[in-house]
Design a protein around this ligand. Structure first.
Ligand SMILES: *[C@@H]1O[C@H](CO)[C@@H](O)[C@H](O)[C@H]1NC(C)=O
Ligand SMILES: *[C@@H]1O[C@H](CO)[C@@H](O)[C@H](O)[C@H]1NC(C)=O
Ligand SMILES: *[C@@H]1O[C@H](CO)[C@@H](O)[C@H](O)[C@H]1NC(C)=O
Ligand SMILES: [Zn+2]
Length: 350
């Protein structure tokens, strides 16, 4: 449902831009790529006519999803705690809560600052609601001043224990990963860990490792999740919730991607007849004298391509969408290996 609306909006946009462009040039050709089918392990519950699905984790803890995004709410004896409200879920979050309890929402937790996860915060109608977020999330929100994402009332730096009636939510910041301010959210009663935009149960991470800002922190976050005693994992996406196995599988995937990309960069530091740095860069400089950007661009494209292909040999049948985002994920990994980890291949003639 939401997808067809998206396609509709897209075709409308294309129609508008095509109309404007025809004055000067032909509309660009739009090709529709066909990717591999989705492995069954990536398939989630069917989203019915209501447009949302509620998963009951027990002890008053529920996940709400529209099939693309996920958020959480906890019913306590004194009120409801909501964690995130993606705009795609929006008012459906209030219906989901309303079908479980008559109690009002009293607390709202921001997992991180991104609009696609908390942009529905404004819909929670209670003036008494207390918004809680990490201090870095508050700082990032202050930069953009978005009406849909009100400034939090309460911020913390390291840990915050939110107790409402009979519910306890442990919020914890372990440093930047997906971005600064992205927190671990844990409910010991229902044994649920939520960390958004890091692990994508059943799926390859979204574009560029989920638009990651800090790759070393992102990689470390997999072990940090596994340190919790949990039965359910909520990643904010995509088709279903996860568990320990999903986190372990994505950790294995990320380390494979890491190691494959290291191998490729290291090979470019040698005189390998195909991947040796001189053999990649030389022909580009010959055609584009003095153009370092051209040489660098080709270097990044070639190394990411080889790393992505190698990674897909193992993962294309295990995680959905590997053939969609593997190249983008490898590009992000290659860049991080160079500038975060200092694995510089041919660009370190010390
Ligand atoms: C807290 O109370 C709510 C409402 O009575 C109940 O549904 C839920 O299971 C309780 N949760 C815990 C952790 O005790
Ligand atoms: C219960 O869910 C239905 C379907 O989403 C919705 O129309 C209705 O308003 C909800 N009830 C409450 C009290 O929120
Ligand atoms: C890759 O090269 C780096 C030096 O840039 C070295 O420290 C590392 O051990 C090499 N890794 C492999 C797997 O060859
Ligand atoms: Zn995000």
């Amino acid at each position: 449902m939401h997808f067809s609306r998206f396609v509709l909006a897209l075709s409308f946009l294309c129609a508008v831009s095509a109309h404007v462009i025809t004055q000067r040039q032909a509309a660009p050709e739009v090709s529709t790529p066909q990717y591999l089918p989705i492995p069954s392990a990536a398939v989630g519950p069917t989203i019915g006519a209501s447009g949302y699905y509620v998963e009951d984790f027990g002890r008053g803890t529920y996940m709400v999803t529209d099939g693309g995004y996920q958020a959480l709410f906890l019913v306590s004896t004194e009120g409801v705690i909501v964690v995130d409200n993606p705009p795609t879920i929006g008012t459906k979050m209030l219906y989901a809560i309303g079908n479980v309890t008559h109690l009002p929402v009293t607390h709202f937790v921001y997992s991180h600052s991104h609009a696609d996860h908390i942009g529905g915060a404004i819909l929670v109608p209670n003036d008494e609601v207390e918004i809680i977020a990490h201090i870095e999330t508050a700082n990032l929100l202050a930069q953009v001043n978005d009406y849909n994402r009100p400034a939090p009332h309460k911020t913390f730096k390291k840990k915050y224990k939110l107790k409402v009636g009979n519910q306890t939510l442990e919020l914890s910041y372990k440093g930047a990963n997906h971005l600064e301010g992205n927190i671990f959210i844990y409910t010991p009663a229902a044994k649920v860990v939520m960390l958004v935009d890091v692990v994508f149960p059943g799926w390859t991470p979204f574009d560029r490792l989920g638009e990651v800002k800090n790759v070393p922190g992102f990689i470390k976050a997999h072990d940090q999740i596994l340190e919790y005693d949990f039965e359910h994992f909520v990643g904010g996406h995509l088709s279903r919730s996860g568990d320990r196995t999903d986190v372990e599988i994505q950790k294995e995937y990320v380390l494979d991607l890491f190691n494959n990309c290291v191998d490729v960069i290291n090979l470019t530091g040698t005189d390998d007849p195909v991947l040796g740095g001189a053999n990649i860069l030389g022909p580009v400089f010959a055609v584009n004298p003095g153009n370092s950007w051209a040489a660098f661009s080709v270097y990044l494209e070639v190394t990411a391509g080889v790393c992505a292909d190698k990674t897909n040999e193992k993962w294309v049948t295990r995680l959905a969408g590997s053939d969609v985002f593997q190249l983008a994920n490898a590009q992000t990994m290659i860049e991080s290996l160079r500038i975060d980890y200092g694995i510089l291949g041919p660009f370190a003639n010390m």
